[in-house]
Each structure stands twice: as structure tokens, then as C-alpha cells.
Design a binder for this molecule. Structure first.
Ligand code: ADP
Ligand code: MG
Ligand code: MG
Length: 887
């Protein structure tokens, strides 16, 4: 026989916290608290299996369920010493839903079930308080009608408001017993009118009505939506808890409240919560009356004038905090607790691990490890790496007022404010004068890099979470709101219009990259705090992780930031970003537009010292940490002059006519540049480009070594290799340059030559390629594009529909597609290592900062992950968690 019903209360229970899947979170914890000997009103739980069986069998209950419920109800009557439906000594119950995971989409709780015109008189006589009995009854009719019968509670609220107005009452507490009796009559009439049948008076009918409503709510729209958003399978089902009522509305020594055992927003030790005297259920959160603080400390901090529970009900308060401590020690985590006090007696109604901010999560994990409640390893696992993002950037003070003028995607977290500018040169100019600016663009392109760097934050009207603006902003640690479609930009007049307001260049805005909101004016900010708990947890994480963590960075500022965040090297330094700088783009264009090798060599000679200097700065910061430098990758047309002015400037510098330049530009145009003349294909056809870059790297190494005495380590990376032959040819040329430089400078550069694996063919032929490569770095951005045949820049148009339809579970550019792209990475790693023992393996796509992808990298045994500077701490923690989970 299946046990469908599990009892709890009175110091024992059929189940416990480990039966969460069967009893739901609420039921399992009620059972656990009962077993701990805490004061829990007794009751019983109908299991999640009932729910599953109910839906499997065309919404009918298992045959033996009714008998088991009857039996449990009789046992409950004995425990409580009251009888369900009895006119003189009535047992009242609450009916509470409770799935495995807490689910706000589910049915609301029904309190005071079992009341009718007879039992209410029994309750009045028993309590000696007729007003209390009638107050409970009117609450019951309202809740049951709303939740079970589908009669909106607003009907009852309107009747109540009207009644108060007619009788000149301000507060519900002013209504006396007869007032409630009168209203209850009106309530019942309203139900009759709405449903065409009377409010159910039979307590058993009420009970089954409520139970069925809970099971029905498992499949309502709200619950379905919530489940879909939170990956909760429908097969889990919900449990139903039926529990004897205790009454917080029995006068001034009664109360109801909610509390956290530590502050959920700061993590500070000290109890945190609110309560209301003479109230029931959700009155505290419903906002009908202003709740009172739990503790004196909290009351003083909030400047509240009402007495705290510590003062108003000192004895129960002392009991309550003893329970808090017991629960925290027992669950070994911060608890979120619901309780009721009935005439001076404490009752526990719920406990669960409390939700918390990132800051609180860090503090609580560290504190609990130091208190000896949990181990350091558990502390590491307690903090969500992605949530660290909240801590790495300044954020807007939550309590500050917000004047929202537009909303887009939360593309890069953090918050910043500054003056609006509409173009990148202007942004750079103003920033150089010490102004803080917010760059607002329809969308950004590589030519905006300097403007983005100069800006405090970026807003775009178009583009998704992986648009150029979003990716670059995250890389730079700039807050960014992308795709704020309601913003209409007029670049000529230098204004933007949104929500009927006109904002001009120079107006102050605040950008909240965490919520995607753009606010008018300067909002109050809170600075990030990377010492203390943050540093402590990172230290613990570093002890257990196996994966190295490097950064994707090329500017000295970013390299410095990453190093401060704990990067152990550079995993990707993109040399082309350096080519866009205003003072060198002319030479780059000259190089591209020369139609012979001599012309190119002459132009490259101008670029060499600048490029060498870039590397000098990076090597100085990184010391002896390895730096992977990728040689030129993008198609050359990306560097071409676009405007007439640009063309004129290049023409003046090179002496080539404007029309010849245009012709040359036209010739470089490609139909599909992503798959065109780029990466190592440029290196093969224009050997002088890679030779210049290699020289710049090796010379920089020699210079820094002579200057500092520390030997820099370069990993020269060839992009877009598809065949072993490409790498073989380029490797020989680069090694020759290294020898040349060693001869000239008198010091041998320490370097490896390797390749990016970003084409499916390269992953499949990793064995051949590894013969010529000392390291592989999986370039999973391009590998995702080339494996799916999906352009990152164009995917935005349909990615949303794909995610909605469940074709993609996650955006494959954000979280690695482990089945497909991941399989290629695994194959590449295996075949590469089989061909060359000790082949160094890393990943440098956006995925290097994504915790789920990092777990995958741990599983397949890569040596390191590399991510944007602001993701380095996230990757350190995620790598530690992956190592612990992989143990
Ligand atoms: P939720 O899942 O929305 O938190 P609950 O089932 O916890 O809903 O019920 C909400 C509130 O109702 C509880 O916090 C408690 O105050 C009150 N409540 C529930 N059951 C009882 C009961 N048996 N006696 C007194 N109050 C109860
Ligand atoms: Mg609750
Ligand atoms: Mg690439």
C-alpha cells in the first residue's frame, strides 16, 4: 500500500528534511522541525506523489487517499484535542501548498478552514472572544472564496471599505464583533450572487475543495510560466499541507511574523525581521498595517518609533531567538522563518534556507566557516559565482529614488553616471578633459572602442546581450545597457527622445547595467569592496582549484585590472585592437592600401615601434606570467577608411590618389568576410605582417628583460588555422624572427608557438596540428559560429525565438553548447594530447567566464580558462567549485 499521507507534530513526524522530493520543501521542513522538538502546530502532508497520480489518472485521486486523509485527520484531532467540524470544540486547519522548490506561482494558503455559522460560535465560546472568532471567519470566507472558488477578494475589500466609510471607521481593528457578523452576512450574499450557489458550510467539503485547488494550481498559467523560467519539471508535483491553526489574532499577546537569522542583504549577524501584534498570516507583508521590528538594534537602525518584539514580547522573543540559533546550527545555513505567537505561546510555521544578495552570501559563507558551522569547501560552494558580478562594479543604492527614462538589456553590470555624448571622438575628447561621459549610440562598432573606453557606461538603442557593445563593455568592465529600443537618437541635433522626454548632449544620466535601466540625473552609488570576505573566499577557492585562470586583455589598464583580480596570465591579447588607435590607424591603412610588398613593409616599419611598445607595457605588468598574443585576425577591410575625410587623410599621407584608394578598398571587399581572407590566411599571403608582429613581441621581451631582470613569457598564437600545413609554414617564419632578435638583442626570448582552435576542421585534425603547436587555445566564439554555421552578429534577430521555442536551451555564445561545440573541444583536446604529450590547453572565448562552461573545461581537463578582466574572480570561484564537484 502506498503511503500518501505523512503526519507531523507533537515531537515526531513520519518524514524529515531528507524527504523533500516527496513532501515538498515546506512539508519536509515542518516534519524536521517537529522532530527537533520545536513547537510546530501538528498536521499532515499529502505527498507530491498524490499530485503526480492525480494528473496521471485524469485528475482523479488514488482510491485509498480519502481513507488515509480521514485517518490522519482523526489522529490530528486526538493530538490537538479538538474535533473538525464540531460545534462546541472545533478544530480549524490551514491548507498550504508546497513544492520541492519554492514556487510563487502556486495557490495561496487558506487559513481558518473548518469555520461555518455553528463552529464559529464554538470558537467564540472556547476563546472567550467573539470578535476574534468572527474576524477569523471573515478572513476565511475571503481567502477561500478568492483562492478556491475564484471569487475575487476585491469584492470583499470593497464591501469592507464601504462598511468602514458608512460607520466612520479608519482601521479594521475598530470593527467590533457585531460589525464583523454583519459583514459576514454580506460576504455570503456576495458569494451566492457570484456563483449562484452558497458558500460551502460543510468542513469536509471545504477541506477537499482546498486540497483540490492546490493540486489544480500546479498546472495553472502562473505556475507553468514560473516552472518554465526556472527549469522546474512539471513531473515534480506539489505537496499539500494540512495543519492545525494557531492564532496570532487573539489579542495583544498574540502576533505573527517573518524573520531571517542573519541580515539577507548585508549578511550581518543579528536577527532580522518584522512582526505584527494581533494579526494573522500574511498581514505582515500585505502592507495593511506597518509592521514592527524584531529587535531593538533593528528598530534603532531604522529609526522606528513602534516597540520591537524584543521589547513588546520579551519572553517569546527569547524563545524565538533560541529557535533561530538551533535552526541555523541544524541546517547549517541562514534561515528564513515564519512564526506565530498565540497568547504568549510561540509556534513555528516555516523554515527554509533564506535568499540573499551576493554580498550577504559572501559574508555568511565566510562567517559560518569561521564559526566552524561549515567547512571552507562548503563555503566555496555556497556562493553563486555569477552573483559576484554584483560586487565587482559600483552599484546604485537600492534605497535611492529612480527616475527611469528607458529600459534595455542588462548587458554589462555595474552602474555609472555622466554626461550624455553621442559620438566616440567626443567621448574621448571630453574624458581627456576630466569629464565623466555616457556614450549613447544606435549600436557600436570596432571604431567606437576608444569612445567606449573613455566612457563610464554605454547605452545602445539596438543590439542584444552579445552585440559588439555588450561584449566589449563586459570586457572593459563598463556598465552597458544594450537594445534600449525606446530611445530615438537624433545624431545631428545631438538629442535623444524617450518616453516623451528629450535628453540633450551634456545632460546627466545614470546607467544601471544590472537591471538594464537608464535613469535621469545622478543616482547615489555604492563602491565595490574587494577586500575582506571577498578576498578571503577567493583565497580558499584558489587553494582547491586545478584550472588556471587567465584574462582576455590588451590595453595596459585592462591587463592591470585583471592582474589585480587575480589573473595568472593573458589567455588572449588581440593585437588588432591596438591597430584602431587614432595615432596608428593611418599607418595601418597605409599598409593595407599599398599594392606591393615594399609599400607594406614601409608602413609596417612605422607600426613596429608602436606595437612593440604595447607589448612592453603588457610584459611589464605581467612579469613572468605567460602572455598569449594572437597575431592579426580580422579581415583587412575592417581597417579601411570609411568617410571622405578619412580617405583624404590617407591620400595625403601616402601620396596615393583618393580614387585609387577607393578602388583598392573596393577590391578588398568580401562577400563573407567572416569566412574570408583573415586569420592565418593573411599571415600566409602577407608574411611581412606577422613577421612585424613577431618582431615586436620578441623585441619587447628583450627590452623588458633588460629593464626589469624578469623574463617575460610569450605564447605566440596563430588564429584561424584549419590545416597543419598553415601552422607549419608560419611557425618556421616566426621562429626565424625569434632567432634574429636573439642575435641582435643578446637575450633569447622565452616563447611558445601555438594556435587557436576555432574551426571544426582544426578540432578534428588536432592530431596533425599538435605536431607543430606547443599549445592550443579553443576560440569558442568562432568555433560556435563555425560549428552552428551561425553568425554572432546576426543571430540576435532570431535567437530570442529559438530560446523561447526551446530549440536552444541557452544562448550558445554565452554558455558553451557542450553537446556539439563542446564535443569538438573534447575531440581537439584528446587528439592534440595524444599527438603531443603535455600540450597546453586553454579556452579564450566568452565562455571562459561562464560557470557552466568552466565546469565543462574542468571535466575535460583543460589547463586554464581565460576571460575578460571583470570575470576573473567569477572564473576563479567557478573553477574551484568545478574542482570540488568533480572530485
Ligand atoms: P507561503 O508559501 O506563501 O509562504 P504559507 O503556507 O507559508 O504560504 O502560509 C502563509 C502564512 O500563513 C504563514 O506564514 C503563516 O503566518 C500563516 N499560516 C499558515 N498555516 C498556519 C497555521 N496552521 N496557523 C497559523 N498561521 C498559519
Ligand atoms: Mg510561508
Ligand atoms: Mg576568432
Amino acid at each position: 500500500m502506498t503511503q500518501w499521507v505523512y503526519a507531523f507534530g507533537g515531537g515526531s513526524a513520519d518524514g524529515d528534511a531528507s524527504a523533500r522530493n516527496l513532501l515538498g520543501g515546506k512539508g519536509a521542513n515542518l516534519a524536521e522541525m517537529a522532530k527537533l522538538g520545536l513547537p510546530v502546530p501538528p498536521g499532515f502532508t499529502l505527498t507530491t506523489d498524490v499530485c503526480t497520480a492525480y494528473y496521471d489518472k485524469g485528475q482523479t485521486y488514488p482510491e485509498d487517499l480519502a481513507a488515509q486523509v480521514d485517518e490522519a485527520l482523526s489522529a490530528l484531532e486526538v493530538k490537538v484535542g479538538k474535533v473538525f467540524g464540531d460545534a462546541s470544540n472545533p478544530l480549524l486547519v490551514s491548507v498550504r501548498s508546497g513544492a520541492r522548490a519554492s514556487m510563487p506561482g502556486m495557490m495561496d494558503t487558506v487559513l481558518n478552514l473548518g469555520l461555518n455559522d455553528e463552529t464559529v460560535e464554538g470558537l467564540a465560546a472556547l476563546s472567550g472572544d467573539r470578535r476574534f472568532a468572527l474576524d477569523s471567519y471573515r478572513r476565511f470566507i475571503t481567502m477561500y472564496s478568492d483562492v478556491v472558488l475564484g471569487v475575487s477578494h476585491s469584492i470583499f475589500e470593497e464591501l469592507l471599505e464601504q462598511y468602514k466609510e458608512d460607520h466612520d471607521y479608519q482601521l479594521d481593528t475598530e470593527l467590533c464583533a457585531d460589525d464583523w457578523a454583519h459583514l459576514i452576512g454580506d460576504y455570503k450574499k456576495a458569494v451566492q450572487k457570484a456563483l449562484g450557489k452558497p458558500f460551502p458550510t460543510d468542513p469536509r467539503e471545504q477541506l477537499w475543495g482546498a486540497i483540490s485547488a492546490v493540486f489544480a494550481s500546479w498546472m495553472n498559467d502562473r505556475a507553468n510560466t514560473y516552472r518554465r523560467l526556472h527549469d522546474i519539471p512539471a513531473s515534480w508535483g506539489t505537496a499539500v499541507n494540512v495543519q492545525a491553526m494557531v492564532f496570532g489574532n487573539m489579542g495583544d499577546s498574540s502576533a505573527t511574523g517573518v524573520a531571517f537569522t542573519r541580515d539577507p542583504s548585508t549578511g550581518d549577524t543579528g536577527y532580522y525581521g518584522e512582526f505584527l501584534i494581533n494579526a494573522q498570516g500574511e498581514d505582515v507583508v500585505a502592507g495593511i498595517r506597518t509592521p514592527q521590528c524584531l529587535t531593538i538594534a533593528m528598530r534603532e537602525k531604522m529609526g522606528d518609533t513602534q516597540p520591537s518584539m524584543e521589547e513588546a514580547l520579551p519572553e517569546v522573543y527569547a524563545q524565538l531567538i533560541a529557535v533561530f540559533d538551533k535552526l541555523e546550527r541544524h541546517y547549517r545555513d541562514m534561515q528564513d522563518i515564519e512564526f506565530t505567537v498565540e497568547q504568549g505561546r510561540l509556534w513555528m510555521l516555516q523554515t527554509r534556507n533564506g535568499k540573499r544578495t551576493a554580498r550577504a552570501a559572501l559574508k555568511i559563507a565566510c562567517d559560518m566557516a569561521e564559526e566552524g558551522l561549515i567547512t571552507e569547501e562548503e563555503a566555496i560552494l555556497r556562493v553563486d559565482p555569477a552573483a559576484l558580478d554584483q560586487l565587482l562594479h559600483p552599484t546604485i543604492d537600492e534605497n535611492a529614488p529612480r527616475d527611469v527614462i528607458a529600459k534595455g538589456l542588462p548587458a554589462s553590470p555595474g552602474a555609472a553616471c555622466g554626461k550624455v555624448v553621442f559620438d566616440s571622438d567626443e567621448a574621448e575628447h571630453l574624458a581627456s578633459l576630466g569629464e565623466k561621459v555616457i556614450l549613447v549610440r544606435v549600436e557600436t562598432s570596432p571604431e567606437d572602442i576608444h569612445g567606449m573606453h573613455a566612457a563610464q557606461a554605454i547605452v545602445t538603442a539596438r543590439g542584444g546581450m552579445t552585440s559588439h557593445a555588450a561584449v566589449v563593455a563586459r570586457g572593459m568592465g563598463r556598465p552597458c545597457v544594450s537594445g534600449a529600443g525606446e530611445i530615438k537618437i537624433n545624431a545631428v541635433e545631438k538629442t535623444l527622445i524617450t518616453r516623451g522626454r528629450t535628453i540633450r548632449a551634456g545632460d546627466i544620466l545614470t546607467v544601471d547595467g544590472a537591471t538594464g535601466e537608464v535613469l535621469m540625473g545622478e543616482a547615489k552609488m555604492i563602491k565595490p569592496e574587494l577586500t575582506g570576505n571577498f578576498a578571503q573566499l577567493m583565497g580558499w577557492a584558489d587553494k582547491v582549484r586545478r584550472l588556471g585562470v587567465r584574462t582576455n586583455a590588451e590595453t595596459p589598464a585592462d591587463v592591470q585590472t585583471a592582474k589585480e583580480f587575480g589573473a595568472e596570465g593573458i589567455g588572449l591579447c588581440r593585437t588588432e585592437h591596438m591597430f584602431f588607435d587614432a595615432d596608428r590607424i593611418a599607418a595601418v591603412r597605409e599598409m593595407i592600401l599599398s599594392d606591393d610588398q615594399d609599400g607594406r613593409i614601409a608602413a609596417l616599419a612605422k607600426i613596429l615601434p608602436m606595437q612593440r611598445n604595447d607589448f612592453v607595457e603588457i610584459f611589464r605588468i605581467m612579469g613572468d606570467l605567460p602572455c598569449t598574443i594572437r597575431l592579426l585576425d580580422p579581415p583587412l577591410h575592417e581597417f579601411l577608411p570609411h568617410t571622405e575625410d578619412d580617405v583624404k587623410a590617407v591620400s595625403a599621407a601616402t601620396g596615393i590618389s583618393a580614387s585609387a584608394l577607393m578602388e583598392r578598398a573596393h577590391a578588398l571587399n568580401e562577400t563573407n568576410p567572416m569566412l574570408g581572407h583573415r586569420g592565418c590566411r593573411l599571415g600566409i599571403t602577407f608574411p611581412e605582417i606577422y613577421e612585424m608582429q613577431a618582431r615586436a613581441i620578441f623585441e619587447a621581451q628583450a627590452l623588458v628583460e633588460k629593464e626589469t631582470g624578469v623574463k617575460p613569457v610569450a605564447e605566440v598564437m596563430i588564429p584561424l588555422v584549419a590545416t597543419a600545413k598553415e601552422l607549419e609554414i608560419l611557425k618556421v617564419r616566426i621562429a626565424a624572427i625569434a632567432d634574429e632578435v636573439a642575435g641582435e638583442a643578446g637575450v633569447k626570448p622565452e616563447y611558445l608557438i601555438g594556435t587557436m582552435i576555432e574551426l571544426p576542421r582544426a578540432a578534428l585534425r588536432a592530431g596533425d596540428i599538435a605536431e607543430h603547436a606547443q599549445f592550443f587555445s579553443f576560440g569558442t566564439n568562432d568555433l560556435t559560429q563555425t560549428t552552428f554555421g551561425l553568425s554572432r552578429d546576426d543571430a540576435g534577430k532570431f535567437l530570442g525565438s529559438y530560446l523561447e521555442a526551446g530549440i536552444f536551451e541557452k544562448d550558445p555564445f554565452v554558455s558553451l553548447d557542450q553537446d556539439g561545440v563542446g564535443d569538438l573541444v573534447r575531440i581537439g583536446a584528446e587528439r592534440g594530447r595524444a599527438a603531443r604529450e603535455g600540450l597546453k590547453l586553454g579556452i579564450c572565448g566568452e565562455h571562459g567566464g561562464d560557470p557552466a562552461s568552466i565546469r565543462f573545461c574542468e571535466q575535460i581537463g583543460l589547463d586554464y580558462v581565460s576571460c575578460s578582466p571583470y570575470r576573473v574572480p567569477i572564473a576563479r570561484l567557478a573553477a574551484a567549485q568545478a574542482a570540488l564537484q568533480n572530485k
